[in-house]
Design a protein around this ligand. Structure first.
Ligand SMILES: NC(=O)c1ccc[n+]([C@@H]2O[C@H](COP(=O)([O-])OP(=O)(O)OC[C@H]3O[C@@H](n4cnc5c(N)ncnc54)[C@H](OP(=O)(O)O)[C@@H]3O)[C@@H](O)[C@H]2O)c1
Length: 248
């Protein structure tokens, strides 16, 4: 029996990178998964095809998580396909490496709209749709919310907002048996870190990773998310697990 056997999950931004690995890992452990994407339709369909060909259940669905009506539609679609949703993984986010001085008001809105408002909209939809028995929300954060490196100021601040939202909601929603936790990845090989290993600052950061001095694979992050989604984590809420090979 899988760790999340019979559960229905939504993974936002699940087409590629960490989200795709999380969707595949949840499905391999018995969950039916709605794989949300914003623009990466083909990649989302490839993630679904990989899950289905491995014997799992999944469906792809477009939606901008920062829009309330899209968030609502994603839950309705997941319910139509698989039944009530009790696991939400807020993975969708905009990553940004840029000098602070070059960061514009438009950059701020783009980053905070997807990373913070998107998380809020999806959780508000979850509260309408989670069953009475409760559910599990896993927010994907980053180690840089607590230990930011240069060139990540606004992105790191957006993820710090997600950490604090998680702590506050753990207290507010605990009486409804809704658990909410953060998985904070370290540097991971995805579209967000293209060219990272070739840059001096990237190489220096990787040298300081205790377990392997290289970018993590998305598959290194997924098991922590599956754990927090599962009933094995039934007594955990408001926690932040660094999935980072020991980097902080
Ligand atoms: N890679 C790292 O080193 C690293 C480290 C720490 C934390 N993280 C976090 O891990 C998560 C996954 O990132 P990743 O590295 O796998 O990057 P990624 O491949 O860029 O995945 C992020 C996904 O988010 C989706 N997205 C962005 N805004 C959206 C919106 N408004 N609505 C719906 N989907 C939206 C994008 O969808 P489309 O492609 O469909 O447009 C994209 O595929 C993010 O929360 C990121 O901050 C990554």
């Amino acid at each position: 029996m899988g760790k999340v056997q019979g559960k229905v999950a939504i993974v936002t931004g699940g087409a590629k990178g960490i989200g795709s690995a999380v969707a595949k890992a949840l499905a391999a452990e018995g969950a039916a998964v709605l794989v949300n994407y914003s623009s990466s339709k083909e990649a989302a369909e490839a993630t679904v095809a990989a899950i289905v060909s491995a014997g799992g259940r999944a469906v792809a669905a477009q939606g901008d998580v920062s829009k309330a009506q899209d968030a609502e539609r994603l839950f309705a679609l997941a319910e139509e396909n698989f039944g009530p949703v009790m696991v939400l993984v807020n993975n969708a986010a905009i990553g940004a490496f840029a000098p602070f001085e070059d960061t514009t008001e438009a950059d701020y809105h783009r980053i905070f709209t997807s990373n913070v408002l998107g998380t809020i909209q999806m959780i508000q939809a979850a509260l309408k749709h989670f069953p009475k028995a409760g559910g599990s929300i896993v927010n994907i954060g980053t180690i840089s919310s607590q230990n930011p490196v240069p060139m990540t100021s606004v992105y790191s601040a957006s993820k710090a907002a997600v950490d604090t939202l998680t702590l506050a909601l753990a207290k507010e929603l605990g009486s409804r048996n809704i658990r909410i936790n953060v998985v904070a990845p370290g540097y991971t090989a995805t579209d967000q870190t293209k060219g990272f290993e070739d840059a001096d600052f990237g190489r220096a950061l990787l040298q300081a990773v205790p377990l392997r001095q290289e970018l993590a694979r998305p598959e290194d992050i997924a098991p922590s998310v599956v754990f927090l989604a599962s009933d094995e984590a039934a007594w955990l809420t408001g926690e932040r697990i660094s999935a980072s090979g020991g980097a902080h």
